[in-house]
Design a binder for this molecule. Structure first.
Ligand SMILES: Nc1ncnc2c1ncn2[C@@H]1O[C@H](COP(=O)(O)OP(=O)(O)OP(=O)(O)O)[C@@H](O)[C@H]1O
Ligand SMILES: [Mg+2]
Length: 197
């Protein structure tokens, strides 16, 4: 089945940012794979496959993309086995960044931990474990702030803590934290939010 004119445009346009939005099952992934393959196999300006970053949401999608690109490289080698650059791609694909967004982020942090003063032996916490850590940090912070006796904080505590029940305040803090964490620069987001008051 040949590509439609629109699919060809998506495959062949270069040096531009592109957003492709189309109905489910209309061939978005198909044409993206076609595009990657044509960038790799381009005779004049071919890009090495390990210089391309492809991120997906699921491991299955990443696996399928990698598989299809690998097959296309193998097919090209079958046609033109003498091409050294082409044969190199079959090796480079093993280290290609065709992975989930989570796995890519984890790779960046593991390889550049020293840039952000991160312990290189870090690991991803399980959700129950993270919740416990968060709860402990919240309790410690709450005790410390209450002891400090800041007037504004006392008013906040009076309004949102009833007896020994701190969950309303805790939920608000966590909700705010989650919102701030969704921005690239959370501290700046907090500052701009404060200016609205
Ligand atoms: N021009 C084409 N020639 C041959 N097959 C095509 C063409 N366009 C799409 N297909 C086929 O259509 C099917 C659906 O394509 P694809 O999975 O890429 O769609 P999608 O838009 O990514 O779907 P989703 O929204 O579910 O992710 C695939 O089997 C793909 O091979
Ligand atoms: Mg798809």
């Amino acid at each position: 089945m040949p590509l439609t004119d629109e699919q060809k445009l998506v495959r062949d346009t270069r040096n531009k940012n592109m957003l492709v939005s189309a109905a489910a099952g209309s061939g978005k992934t198909f044409v993206l794979v076609e595009r990657i393959i044509s960038e790799i196999l381009d005779e004049k300006n071919g890009i090495d496959v390990d210089r391309i970053l492809v991120v997906t949401f699921t491991t299955a999608a990443a696996g399928e993309m990698k598989d299809r690109i690998r097959k296309a490289i193998d097919a090209a080698i079958m046609k033109n086995g003498a091409d050294g650059r082409l044969r190199a791609q079959a090796t480079l694909i093993h280290n290609a960044h065709i992975r989930t967004i989570d796995s890519f982020c984890s790779w960046v942090v593991k390889n550049y931990f020293y840039e952000i003063d991160m312990d290189p032996s870090f690991r991803i916490g399980a959700s129950g474990e993270l919740k416990m850590l968060n709860d402990n940090i919240f309790s410690d912070l709450l005790s410390a702030k209450l002891e400090e006796g800041d007037e504004d904080f006392k008013n906040l505590a009076d309004a949102y803590i009833s007896g020994r029940r701190t969950d309303t305040l805790r939920d608000m803090v966590f909700e705010l934290h989650a919102k701030a964490s969704s921005f690239a620069w959370p501290d700046e987001w907090y500052d701009s939010a404060l200016k609205l008051i």
